[in-house]
Design a protein around this ligand. Sequence first.
Ligand SMILES: O=P(O)(O)OC[C@@H](O)[C@H]1O[C@@H](OP(=O)(O)O)[C@@H](O)[C@@H](O)[C@@H]1O
Ligand SMILES: [Mg+2]
Ligand SMILES: [Zn+2]
Length: 175
Amino acid sequence: MKLLILDRDGVINHDSDAYIKSLEEWIPIPGSIEAIAQLSKAGWTVAVATNQSGIARGYYPLETLEAMHARLRALVAEQGGEVGLIVHCPHGPDEGCDCRKPKPGMLRTIAEHYQVPLAGVWFVGDSKGDLEAALAVDAQPVLVKTGKGERTLEKGVPQTTLIFDDLAAIAREII
Ligand SMILES: O=P(O)(O)OC[C@@H](O)[C@H]1O[C@@H](OP(=O)(O)O)[C@@H](O)[C@@H](O)[C@@H]1O
Ligand SMILES: [Mg+2]
Ligand SMILES: [Zn+2]
């Protein structure tokens, strides 16, 4: 099975230091919707693992998050593709959950859902925690320069990290 796991904010849609708090603030990065559609039409299962501490912080309700993910699914479907499992961590940084990246809990949830090993599976993110979560389960850390990616790169990334400009470049590489 060809499984690709994506971080959401800064990879699929623009991110903000003020969080993405409404459907109106959820704006796809140019080329990302098309990339997901092309990947899924080429036989890839595209899953998503996203930290959403904004829920714990009270910035937006679960319903708003679900509306963003319904919009993502609709936009990809319009291009003939589909989005796989979307897993989110609703917890705050101090709650000690097992799902908040850099912990790999969400990646494990996705692997168990699809009954596939995580070793070597590409996990695409824009933050250091994304890369660390990948390494924790022997997945392949992949950094995009969108979102916080440039800042993450400047601070230094794990040696084995693959680096791409954006999700569209990843689709061009692996399809
Ligand atoms: O990139 P993913 O995992 O899809 O989502 C990241 C968001 O949940 C938010 O994560 C926050 O980090 P804290 O959760 O406050 O440490 C901040 O980085 C926000 O700018 C960002 O929008
Ligand atoms: Mg991100
Ligand atoms: Zn969590």
